[in-house]
Each structure stands twice: as C-alpha cells, then as structure tokens.
Write a protein that binds this ligand. Structure first.
Ligand SMILES: NC(=O)C1=CN([C@@H]2O[C@H](COP(=O)(O)OP(=O)(O)OC[C@H]3O[C@@H](n4cnc5c(N)ncnc54)[C@H](O)[C@@H]3O)[C@@H](O)[C@H]2O)C=CC1
Ligand SMILES: O=C(CO)[C@H](O)[C@H](O)COP(=O)(O)O
Length: 300
C-alpha cells in the first residue's frame, strides 16, 4: 500500500518507519525540509509541498496527518482539499478535538478518519494503540497500514462514527492525567513520609506482580533510575493540559462526575503558579486575619 505522511516530528517519523518496515511505500512531507531529506534517505519518496505529495500519490490517495492539532491540521486540509475526491482517505492521527474532527469530516469530500494515537515516541519499537473513528469502508481499507503502525491487529479498532476515535483518545488522556497524579501522590508520601525509602526499588517491586503495576509505573521506575530518587533538578511545573481540559469540559456537558480527572487537571494548572506562591493561598492567609485576627504569615 502507498501512503502519504504529512508531519515528520516525534510521532510522524515513527509512523513512516513502521510503514516502511512493513513494506508499504511512503510519500513524505513536512515544513522542515531537513526531516524530509532524512526520511528520503531511509527510502521514502520526498515531497516539497502538500500539492506535490498529492500529485505523487496519484489516484486513491491515502494520507496520514501527524501535525500538531489545530491550525496545522486546518492549513494542511486546505492545501489538500482541491486534490481530494470521495475515493480518497485522510487520517488525522494527532490529538485533535473530536468535534473539530467531525466538522472536518463534513467539510471534505474524502473519507475522514480521526485516529487517537497512544504510546508516544517511546513506543517506536512496539507500535501504537490506535483508536479510529469514521467510515467503516475507509477503516477496512487501511487495515494493513494500521496493523503496521499499531502493535498489530489487536492494537487498533474502529471505535465508531466520525469523532469517536478522538473522543476515546480524549478520555484516554484524562485517565492518563489521573493515573500520573495518583502515582505522584503515592510517591510523594513515600518520599516525605516516615521511612527512608529507595523509590526506585519500590517502583521496581510494585512493577513485579503488584496490583498497581503498569507502563506508567515502569516510567516512574525509569525516572527514579535516571534522575535519582529525589528527581534531582526536575522542576514542579507540569505542561500540557488541553486534552484533559476537553475531557473535563465534556464531563460537565454530559453531567458526569469525574472528580479525579478534574483534580489531576487542576493540580497540573496549580503547578504553574509563580515561584512567590499561589495567590489563592496568599489570599486565604490574609482572609483568616480579616475574620479571625489570626496572624498573617509574611514573606521574609
Ligand atoms: N508526542 C506524543 O507523545 C504524542 C503526540 N500526539 C499527537 O501527534 C501530533 C504530532 O505530535 P508530535 O509528533 O509529538 O509533534 P512534533 O512537534 O514533534 O512534530 C510535528 C511535525 O509537524 C510538522 N508540521 C507542523 N505544521 C505543519 C504543516 N502545516 N505542514 C507540514 N508539517 C507540519 C513540524 O515541522 C513537525 O515536524 C500532535 O497532534 C500530538 O498531540 C499523539 C500521541 C502522543
Ligand atoms: O497524547 C499524548 C499521550 O497520550 C501526548 O503525549 C499528549 O501531549 C499528552 O497530553 P498533555 O500534553 O496534555 O500532557
């Protein structure tokens, strides 16, 4: 099978490598020419624009987008649009909002698959988990490519109609936030608590047979091994947040209580408070003086 891949960053390069390893032909494009040259050396056909990629694909285009969510997806689709017909398939493998994916599927003549991709760059060897939404015929048509990009046949499935793939991935990320938060809290208590513990040893022991073993826990073990059990100079600032925000927004709209995911998102935002301290905590400190004449703790 021949596929066009647009977006050759951390994830797109893996998509290209895995497709080519499985014997598929790839036409590749990225705004960054040096990455295009790199994949061309590895055997992909280079394209110097979206139009060039579309022309090189010929009839029945199958195109995988792995660009950042948002404007880059819209810009790419706008360039692709004049070249697309109803027999063509476009997959968005990035973290797009599911409603934007539904809108995009309605705006293009091609069959549009929204594909949640999990595993991250660390899964280059093993393959990804792919959650696909969109027309059944387009999913069926792409099974050989999905087999290659995913861990295999069990690593992908069609979740439902348009939007369902990115919807499932959005919820996956909410779960990811909550799991990270709960491992973080457990290890914080172990680090600050009453025993002098080797957290790498704890993580390794838990990863071998414990109820709470998981890949994220293996990544905790790796972090302690590589950074030291006190995490060295790792800052207490957690970036990201868009997919978790969407999960919480959707839960509010559906009136479904997700306190753990909300709390994990909130802690992430809280981590970004300026160094001089959280404003809310400073105000609470002053208000206790206001109503109770309690002493105000002041900065040095
Ligand atoms: N990194 C991760 O752990 C995961 C990322 N994703 C999603 O996959 C998508 C890609 O992520 P990464 O590979 O990590 O990003 P990245 O920043 O490493 O790579 C993005 C690539 O897209 C290219 N690009 C940007 N705009 C373009 C355009 N208009 N036309 C052509 N190329 C363009 C950039 O030059 C860059 O090479 C994002 O939606 C991300 O949220 C999904 C799962 C995991
Ligand atoms: O989808 C992912 C993992 O599953 C990406 O790593 C994503 O960037 C994680 O979300 P955030 O940036 O909000 O932490």
């Amino acid at each position: 099978m021949q596929l066009g891949v647009i977006g050759l960053g951390r994830m797109g390069l893996i998509v290209v490598d895995r497709l080519m390893e499985a014997g598929h032909n790839v036409v590749a494009y990225d705004l960054d020419e040096s990455t295009v040259e790199r994949v061309a050396e590895a055997g992909a056909t280079p394209a110097d624009s979206v139009t060039d990629l579309a022309e090189k694909l010929g009839e029945e285009k199958r195109i995988w987008l792995m660009v950042p969510a948002g404007k880059a997806v819209d810009a790419t689709l706008a360039d692709l649009d004049p070249h697309l017909g109803s027999e063509d398939i476009v997959v968005d493998g990035g973290n797009s909002h599911f409603q934007r994916s539904v809108e995009r599927s309605e705006a293009t003549e091609a069959a549009y698959l929204d594909c949640g991709t999990s595993g991250g760059p660390a899964s280059a060897e093993a393959g990804f988990s792919l959650m696909v939404g969109g027309p059944q015929w387009a999913y069926d048509e792409l099974v050989p490519a999905l087999d290659a990009i995913a861990t295999g046949r069990a690593g992908h499935d069609r979740m439902g109609p348009s939007g369902a793939g990115h919807y499932v991935k959005m919820v996956h990320n909410g779960v990811e936030y909550a799991l990270m938060q709960t491992y973080g809290e457990g290890f914080e208590l172990l680090a600050e608590g009453r025993y002098d513990l080797d957290l790498e040893s704890v993580a390794r022991t838990w990863n071998n047979g414990a109820v709470i073993r998981s890949w994220l826990l293996e990544l905790c073990e790796e972090a302690f091994r590589e950074e030291g059990v006190d995490l060295g100079d790792v800052d207490d600032y957690v970036a990201g947040g868009s997919t978790g925000t969407w999960t919480v927004q959707e839960a509010l709209e559906q009136e479904i209580a997700l306190p753990l995911i909300y709390q994990a998102l909130s802690e992430r935002f809280g981590s970004r408070a300026p160094d001089e301290g959280r404003f809310s905590r400073r105000l609470a400190n002053r208000l206790r003086y206001g109503f109770g004449r309690h002493e105000v703790a002041r900065r040095e």
